[in-house]
Design a protein around this ligand. Structure first.
Ligand code: NOJ
Length: 519
C-alpha cells in the first residue's frame, strides 16, 4: 500500500476545461502546471487527470489512439514529465487515467487487427469468425474492416474491446483468458503502465476496471486474477504507485482484484445517490439527496450499503467518495451553497480517500441543456471550463469565445470572487482540507464508528478521538446520545452545535468536530 494514499485528498482535472495557456480554447498540461499552487492552496495533495493521450476524441479521450503519446492539443510528453516533476516538488502526486478495456478504432493495434492476413495483433481484439451483430449482451460491429468477422465493442462504436479472453469460451473464436495469445494484451497493458510510471507518474485511475475478461464468472474471478497479477508486479517494482478503480464494488476491486481504492459511485440505487445527489440529470421526482435542507434525506439508507462494504475492505484498501466526476451532474445542480458546505464537510471527514472534481469547490453549476461534445451527452454540462476570475472567458482562455472547448458559464461564480468572501464554499473547503490534513484521526483508515445514523436525526460519528455531528436539516435538532468517554472541545464548526448534559444540540444546517483533549 503506497504510504501517501492514506492522507491524500484528490483533485480531478478534466484537462480540456481546466486552464488554457496557448490560446487555442482548450485546456492544456502547461495550464495544469501553472495551477499547481492553486491545487496546493486548496489543500489537495494528489491529482487525477482524465485521459490526456493522443485520441480522435469521440469519447473525450477515453478512445485512446496512442497510449504513450500526449495529445498535441494538451502539449507534449515533455510537458507531462515536467508536470510530474513540478507536482512532486510541491508534494502533489499525479494519477493518470488508464483505459485498459478498449482503444480507439484508430489505434494502430486495431488497424492491424482488422487486416485479413493474420499478424501480431490479430488476437488483440475480440473478433468473431462470421457475421454476428450482437450476442449475449455484447454489441459487435461489421463492415468496417477487410477481416472476415465482426468485433466486440466495450463502450461506444469507436471503442473496440481489447481481448483479455473469455472466462469460459463457448465458440471457437472465443479465447480463454488463460491462453497465451491473450496474455499478450496483459503484457501490453503492463508495458504502458511501466512507461508512465518510469516517467514519474504516481499511479492510475483505472477506467472500467471490471471490464477485462468477457462473460466473466460471479465476482469476476478472471478479471480479478489479471489485476492481482498486475498488483504483484506493482508491489515489487513500484511500491509507491497507487491504483484506483472504477469498479463500484469495493469488495471485488480491493479484496479480490488488489486495487488500493475503489470509487463509491451511483450503481447501487438507494445508496450514494441519496447522499450527495440524484444521478439521472432528468430524474427530479425523488429528490431526497441527503444534504438538502428540507430534511427528507435519510443517512441510514446510505449507511446500510456503505458500512458492510467498509467492513469488508478494512485493512486492505479504501473507498473513495467523490463530490462528483466528469460523468455525473455536479452537486451544485441540486444543492445550494449551505448544503454543499455540509456535503464537503461529510465527504472530507468520512473514512477513505476523497476526490474533489475541479470547480465543485466553488460550486460550479451543471449547465443544463448543453449540446453534446465529444460523446459527452448529458455529461457535457459537467465539463464546462473552470471559472477562474472575471476577465475574458472567466480567465480560462484568451481565445475568442466561439473557439472555446465548451462555452464558459459566464453567469457563474469564480475562484477570484469566492476567495474574497470569508464564508464562501471555497474558503470552507479550504478550511476542511486543512483540518483533514492536520488531523491523523481524519486519515483514510483512522477508526470510524457511527454513533447515530437515523432518518431525520443528526448524523453523528467518531473518527479516532474526534466526534463529528452533521445536521443538514433547516431546523435545529436535539438528540440524547450515549457517548462514552470525553467529548472535548469543538475544533471546527459550521453553524452552531453544542453538547450539553448528555445531549447534542445541533443547530440548523450545522457541522461540528469535537476533539478529546491531548493526554
Ligand atoms: C468511464 C469513464 O469515466 C467515461 O467517461 C467513459 O466514457 C467510459 N468509461 C468509457 O471509457
Amino acid at each position: 500500500m503506497p504510504k501517501w494514499l492514506k492522507n491524500a485528498v484528490f483533485y480531478e482535472i478534466y484537462p480540456q476545461s481546466f486552464y488554457d495557456t496557448n490560446g487555442d480554447g482548450i485546456g492544456d498540461i502547461p495550464g495544469i502546471i501553472e495551477k499547481l499552487d492553486y491545487v496546493k492552496e486548496l489543500g489537495c495533495s494528489a491529482l487525477w487527470i482524465n485521459p490526456c493521450y493522443d485520441s480522435p476524441f469521440k469519447d473525450a479521450g477515453y478512445d485512446v489512439r496512442d497510449y504513450k503519446k500526449v495529445a498535441p492539443r494538451y502539449g507534449t510528453n515533455e510537458d507531462l514529465y515536467r508536470l510530474f516533476k513540478t507536482a512532486h516538488k510541491k508534494g502533489i502526486r499525479v494519477l493518470l487515467d488508464l483505459v485498459p478495456g478498449h482503444t480507439s478504432e484508430e489505434h494502430e493495434w486495431f488497424k492491424a487487427s482488422g487486416k485479413a492476413e493474420r499478424n501480431e495483433y490479430s488476437d488483440r481484439y475480440i473478433w468473431t469468425d462470421c457475421w454476428i451483430a450482437g450476442m449475449e449482451g455484447h454489441p459487435y460491429i461489421g463492415g468496417e474492416c477487410e477481416r472476415d468477422g465482426t468485433y466486440m465493442l466495450n463502450f461506444f462504436k469507436s471503442q473496440p474491446a481489447l481481448n483479455y479472453g473469455f472466462y469460459r469460451p463457448k465458440w471457437p473464436w472465443q479465447i480463454s483468458y488463460k491462453d497465451e495469445r491473450v496474455k499478450k494484451t496483459r503484457e501490453a497493458l503492463w508495458d504502458i503502465m511501466c512507461f508512465w510510471l518510469d516517467k514519474g507518474c504516481d499511479g492510475f485511475r483505472v477506467d472500467m476496471a471490471d471490464s477485462l475478461v468477457k462473460d466473466d464468472g460471479e465476482g469476476k474471478p478472471g478479471t480479478c486474477e489479471i489485476w492481482r497479477e498486475i498488483r504483484k508486479k506493482l508491489d515489487k517494482q513500484y511500491p509507491e504507485a497507487a491504483l484506483v478503480s472504477e469498479w463500484c464494488n469495493p469488495e471485488a476491486a480491493i479484496c479480490n482484484a488488489g486495487f488500493h481504492a475503489d470509487f463509491y459511485l451511483d450503481h447501487w440505487g438507494n445508496g450514494y445517490n441519496t447522499l450527495m445527489r440524484d444521478y439521472e440529470p432528468n430524474g427530479d421526482e425523488n429528490d431526497n439527496t441527503y444534504f438538502k435542507k428540507d430534511g427528507n434525506g435519510d443517512i441510514s439508507r446510505f449507511l446500510k450499503e456503505y458500512l458492510p462494504r467498509l467492513e469488508k475492505i478494512k485493512g486492505k484498501g479504501y473507498i473513495s467518495l467523490i463530490t462528483c466526476n466528469h460523468d455525473t451532474p455536479r452537486p451544485a445542480r441540486k444543492l445550494d451553497e449551505s448544503e454543499l458546505k455540509l456535503a464537503f464537510a461529510t465527504i472530507l471527514t468520512l473514512p477513505g480517500v476523497p476526490f474533489i472534481y475541479y470547480g465543485d469547490e466553488i460550486g460550479m453549476k451543471y449547465v443544463e441543456n448543453m449540446p453534446t461534445k465529444e460523446g459527452g451527452y448529458t455529461r457535457t454540462g459537467t465539463r464546462t471550463p473552470m471559472q477562474w476570475d472575471n476577465t475574458r472567458n472567466c480567465g480560462f482562455s484568451s481565445a475568442p469565445a466561439k473557439k472555446l472547448y465548451l462555452p464558459v458559464d459566464v453567469k457563474g461564480t469564480s475562484v477570484a470572487k469566492e476567495s474574497k468572501n470569508k464564508d464562501s464554499l471555497f474558503n470552507t473547503v479550504k478550511a476542511l482540507t486543512a483540518l483533514k490534513n492536520s488531523c491523523k484521526d481524519l486519515s483514510a483508515d483512522a477508526p470510524f464508528e457511527v454513533v447515530l445514523g437515523k432518518k431525520g436525526k443528526p448524523f453523528v460519528y467518531r473518527r479516532g478521538r474526534l466526534l463529528i455531528v452533521v445536521n443538514p436539516a433547516d431546523r435545529a435538532s436535539s438528540v440524547k446520545v450515549d457517548i462514552c468517554g470525553e467529548i472535548g472541545k469543538c475544533i471546527y464548526s459550521i453553524g452552531n452545535t453544542e453538547i450539553k448534559d448528555g445531549k447534542i444540540n445541533a443547530g440548523a444546517q450545522s457541522f461540528a468536530v469535537f476533539k478529546e483533549d491531548d493526554r
